[in-house]
Design a protein around this ligand. Sequence first.
Ligand code: 4NP
Length: 152
Amino acid sequence: MVKIVFVCLGNICRSPMAEFIMKDLISKANLNDKFTICSAGTAGYHDGEDMHYKTKSLLKDKDIISEPFYSKKLTEKICKENDYIIVMDNANFKDVVKNFPDFKHKIQKITSYAVELGYDEVPDPWYSGNFEETYNILSIACLNLFHIFNKY
Ligand code: 4NP
């Protein structure tokens, strides 16, 4: 079993997008019993809320299921329960190391799974407004992640 938590700042745009792209790849490959996927934010600004409506509509356009989902803040328990903490940008990386130093060895940046795209960080569509750009990066990174972790 491979357990992954995707982490961004608000847990309503990038990490839920990664969560449901990854779940879609896994379920289409009939590998639900091999993976556990979730997401969380370094901040709890949107605790209990649904994902951003533009994340939701983009996933719908791509025929990707986006529920059940409730935004939540990253906790010690979530870090402990997961094998990999996959963050979206350098600020997320720093925040997770600062708040949960015992789990530094589990943290990776998702852009390291799509180096061919040349992004150091996943741009935050909350600020850029460009949900499609974020999707393009995350879909490739998740596919690469899926192939790598499926070998474990
Ligand atoms: P995310 O984007 O980290 O990709 O979910 C954000 C969502 C909300 C906020 C910031 C970033 N916010 O400040 O509420």
